[in-house]
Design a protein. Structure first.
Length: 162
């Protein structure tokens, strides 16, 4: 969940609806926010898909293993619990991974960290979202005009695609 303000409400709602306790994990789209909330990294996974930018990695795997044409492969690393967490180096790593994703060098990347209480947080480049802001005004009844909202969304989507 990326909006922490709604975390307690969602936990309460799900408990009322299903009669069970729910733990909502924090889900981040910005490396800086993720690093600020964790005290350790538990696991990092990458998925590479064959393309012009990843041909060197695939050549190495194909040549060494002798399998020939590989379409994609994944790597996962689990970090020792005794490792010392370095927030500066970890942030640099995530920013580098984000750039690699933008340059199509990696297909997917997920990093799982924990805070002091042992609660997991997830940074996932797969679902990297772009935030778009809207400047809308409420009408006299305190609600937004549906048509204006629709037009604004369509303008923003069309502008960002071109």
């Amino acid at each position: 969940m990326s909006d922490f303000r709604k975390q307690n409400f969602l936990s309460f709602y799900l408990k009322e609806k299903f009669g069970q306790n729910f733990l909502i994990k924090k889900y981040f789209i910005k490396p800086e926010e993720f690093i600020e909330t964790i005290t350790s990294i538990e696991k990092i996974s990458f998925t590479f898909k064959k393309n012009v930018f990843t041909s060197d990695i695939f050549s190495m795997v194909e040549d060494e293993l002798g399998y020939g044409a590989t379409e994609c492969f994944s790597l996962e690393t689990k970090i020792s619990k005794e490792s010392v967490f370095d927030s500066v180096r970890s942030l640099k790593f995530l920013l580098k991974a984000q750039k690699m994703k933008d340059n199509h060098q990696i297909e997917k990347m997920k990093c799982i960290g924990k805070n002091d209480d042992g609660v997991e947080s997830i940074f996932n480049l797969d679902s990297y979202l772009k935030k778009i802001e809207f400047n809308l005004e409420l009408d006299d009844n305190g609600i937004y005009d549906v048509q204006k909202v629709k037009n604004m969304v369509l303008r923003k989507i069309n502008f960002n695609q071109g």
